[in-house]
Write a protein of this length. Sequence first.
Length: 254
Amino acid sequence: METDEPAMLIQAAFAAARQVFSPALRRILWKSIGLTIALLALLWLALTRLVSYYLEGHPLSASYPSLDGYAEFLTGFGLLVALVYLLPAVSAVVAGYFLDDVAEVVEARGFPEDPPGRALPLGRSILYGLRFAGLSIVINLAALMVFLIPGVNISVFFIANAYLLGREYFELAAGRFRPMPEAARMRTDHRGTVFLSGAVVAALLFVPILNLLTPLFGVALMVHVHKGLAHREGNRARLSGLATGLSREWPAKE
């Protein structure tokens, strides 16, 4: 990671935060929050039904009816924890759905002199979101195994999601301007900056209410990060070309 990239990341985070609450994104913001809440509610209902079905058929439920109240309490608490771990997966699906709407606004307002990105087909955007959601579920279920270990649980959850959110959100934003293999190559070249960007998004998961903004903020942030890195790569390429041209002309002038 280059020395100026942390400063670029800080500027990108503040710019993304401003744009998330801007009038241009307000309509998408409410839709994103509504869809996120709806998906979490569906997951809550599905998990509640599944656990209730299991408890009703368990032999202890018939032998000790008084345990039902304790079981329901523990189940409710456990499902709340599970939803926290499932939030990154839900945000990935929402981000895939609203990707182009958010990116178009951020690009037009933040980088009006640049050519706009090419919208990904909706099916492909959702497919990428579902792919990330599946990967996120697997990783966070693994992280859930250390939930009862104080300190370790939060660290594992944070590091895993910083990597996942940085990787997927960056590639979604970069995919509007370059083929996905090239977007993955660019992410690898700037892995430190992309990880720190993902860490900023992952930190939002720990803030109640504000964590519902994760999809929009993540997309907006990564649009700024990708643009910043692309501009730096372009400037280096131009400087390299200029230096090569001068080195070729120098002997001729002598």
